[in-house]
Design a protein around this ligand. Sequence first.
Ligand SMILES: Nc1ncnc2c1ncn2[C@@H]1O[C@H](COP(=O)(O)OP(=O)(O)OP(=O)(O)O)[C@@H](O)[C@H]1O
Length: 939
Amino acid sequence: MDHTEEAQCVKVLTYHRELLVSRLRSVQCILDNLLAGEFLCEEDVEIVQRNATKPDQVRKILELVQCKGEQACEYFIFIIYKVSDAYIDLQPWLKEIGFCPSSDIAVKEVVNTDPISRYSEKMRREMSRDTHFIMSYGQQQETRLEDLYTDTLMELFNESNESLGFMESLDQLLGDHKVFNPQGEIVYVVGDAGVGKSILLQKVQNLWSKKELETDTIFFFRFRCRMFSIFKETEQISLRDILFKYNCHPDHDPDDEVFDYILRFPEKVLFTFDGYDEIQEDLDLMNVLEVVSPEAKAHPLQLLVSLLCGKLLKGSQKVLTARLGVEIRNNVIRKKVVLRGFSPAHLKTYINLHFKEKEHRELVSVQLDASPHLCGLCSTPLFCWIVFKSFKHLHTMHDSFNLPDTRITLTNIFLLLSEVFLSHSISPAPPLLKKSTRCTLETFREGLKTLVAFAKLALQGMDRVSFIYNQDEISACGLSEEDLPVGFLKPVNEYNASGSPTNFEFLHITLQSFLAAFALVLDEQDAAHSILKFFTVCSRKRELPCIPFNFCISTNSKPGEKKPLATNEHLQFTNLFLCGLLSKANISLMECLVSPVLLKKKRALLKSYLSTSVKSYVKGLPYHNVDESRKVHVLPNFLWMVRCIFETGSKEIAQIAAKGITANFIKLGYCNVYSGDCTALNFVLQHRQKLLGVDMDNNIIGDYGIKQLRPSFCKMTVVRFCVNQLSDSSIEVLAEELCKHKIVEVLGLYSNHITDVGAKLVARIIEECPKLRVVKIGKNKITSVGGRNLASAIQKSSSIFDVGMWGNTIGDEGAEAFAEALRYHPSLTNLSLSANGITSHGGKFLMEALKENSVLRIFWLVQNELTDDVAPHLAELVKVNTTLTNLWLINNQLTLQGINHIAEALTENTALKEICVKGNQLSEEEEQQFVAERRLRFH
Ligand SMILES: Nc1ncnc2c1ncn2[C@@H]1O[C@H](COP(=O)(O)OP(=O)(O)OP(=O)(O)O)[C@@H](O)[C@H]1O
């Protein structure tokens, strides 16, 4: 806009009057600023406000500013320019007129009094306040999020649950990075208990509150999913109430502009819904499935469903979290993120944040380094937090950083946490005795009354499937105000008029599971066998429905009856802790808390139940006889069983399980086995006499897990750990063990983090294990150096027949080494060197060497850089070779000329079944020339 022309802005306003009258909404902000800038007086404002409709008010304003002259008109446009959020509709218009404020106007202040901006600011303020600390009860224990938040492994998946790699930072959470379904609106974040889903949302909220999150959303509504289940079945509520009553209320918005804005620009709204697994399925009673009108009233759960499905506020962004195993339909998911906890590097960062003094950091690191099992447990941030809290407690009380000298189980970890909390509740030791020797038994004995009360409360919640407690429920269990700061409970984000919290929940649901198990052990009223009640619930097989998108499925529940949650993990945890508390290792502690006779009875009951159920469970597993071996693919429930066995510490039960598995091959793929579980698996596998093939592909066992499995490698004939986050240090353990026992036949290490160092160790395994037939080491970080080592080992092996090297970077040098290995190889029948950066130079060596080879049948050279230069050599090979049946040359750079060579040669070869040359440099017409040679495949 050219400001040299007189009265330019006045004219613009006249010319665009109609557009301004129809699009300008936030009149108050314009008036406030015109008044403050003294372009209008109070009386002018009153005149404007006397007009009943918005368009009339705008007309009046335009009239007034045009009367006041050019500067007033320019300032009017400047307000629209500065408060872009509020005048979003007019931003294209500003561009159209090419508005650029003059220097006189640009220095003038514009205050944003628009309700939309004010609401957004209010949300940011409240969110900043609520997310500043990681919540726990006592003020003194609150930790600033900033001081403790550590990144975790965030893995992205597509609709077929194939990994798309890891997210580099939280900035990639909302954007287009690795979106597998652009039509979906939900970023679905899943992970195990305590892996940090809620904290991740808290971090996202905190970043948004500081405008540091990569998003242009201006409203952010956060919900706990469990909140949607607490309404009565008959309750009806509007979308407006859900947003404004249960989240954040817009002040000074007489014309309802905020809601109006939300409806018009849903893409400016971000939602987080935490804990989808915590929804109770009381939904079948509703017959209206979705709400499509934003004005209609409906049950909150219906509103939630409608929001998630995009029926309401279509285009809004949503992050939904749930425990692993809760599936929702892919068509509503935009991207899927699985949280994997702390990597070893994250763990180091977390240690540094937790322990400020170098000396302490070192002491803790020593403890952790000495116990891969503990490190495995600590990869789950919740468990790590407890362990570190216990370290701190031990240090304050006893000047020591040593955890008890026993086998560390999850139960021990929660016992430690309880000890820390109970030590807050009991009278402090005299100052001189600060670094006292007050023992665990004493702490529990003195804190028993408090413990019993919290445990009772926890169990009640499990029974009622309700996790939020009001003051009455808390007092009914015998807890008073003074007991609350002990630490087991934290306030739910709701405060009454006096500013004190009204409702509470357990610090974490896993802690509640632990205390519920404690209640089962401590209870002297109910029949002893009631300790088994959650085992019964969990053993009842229940197919997980795809809630909430299956709302219409009717179930058999009676009206008003609470149903279980989407997962029963909290009950599985209670069972696990029960096994731990009743284990032999904890007898002396438990005997102080419950009558020895009753304890004995309960222990006997549990043991007998476990023995019987383990026996029938392993017998009932789905066995298949394939290729002379008996295979079994176990389900996640198997893992829970193994975890429980480990908690009991009972060798007898472990033996029953180990013996009961009649298969000689066990598949534990996609079971979410994490490193901590490997100790439990090892505990069972150790008791197995016979050899066993173990396939644990696609889990998250990591290096700590491999270390835990060390004693079991002497039994393993198949060792498959593909896609498991293993680095070279795992391969070190494998090389040591496998070379010692020499029984391994299959080694699967595809898609890990193995470098040339690890490749050298794998080479050693190939050389030293005479039964090794299959090695899969694709998609690692192996270069020509590692490639040469592997090739040289393969050359020496006479047992190996299948090698997968896909997706490394061995290049031509590696190819040359493999050529030598292949030349006279006696056994290798299947080799993949796909995606390894091999050019025709390396290709030539391979083709020449293969002329001497009489065993290789299938050869993969997909996605390399082979050009026509290799074609004559390839043609020669095809002419003389009589064993090769399949040659894969997909996605290389061969042209018509090169393929012609191969086609001609094929006429002289009868052994080759097919050469796949799809994705080379031929046009469709050129491909047509080869229809006669049907073995040359382009599709
Ligand atoms: N990224 C992190 N950095 C630091 N501490 C963390 C992190 N994630 C989790 N924690 C610790 O672990 C505790 C539990 O985490 P959180 O409640 O987020 O787990 P969750 O995955 O939501 O569990 P659940 O599924 O049981 O609700 C937190 O209170 C915090 O102490």
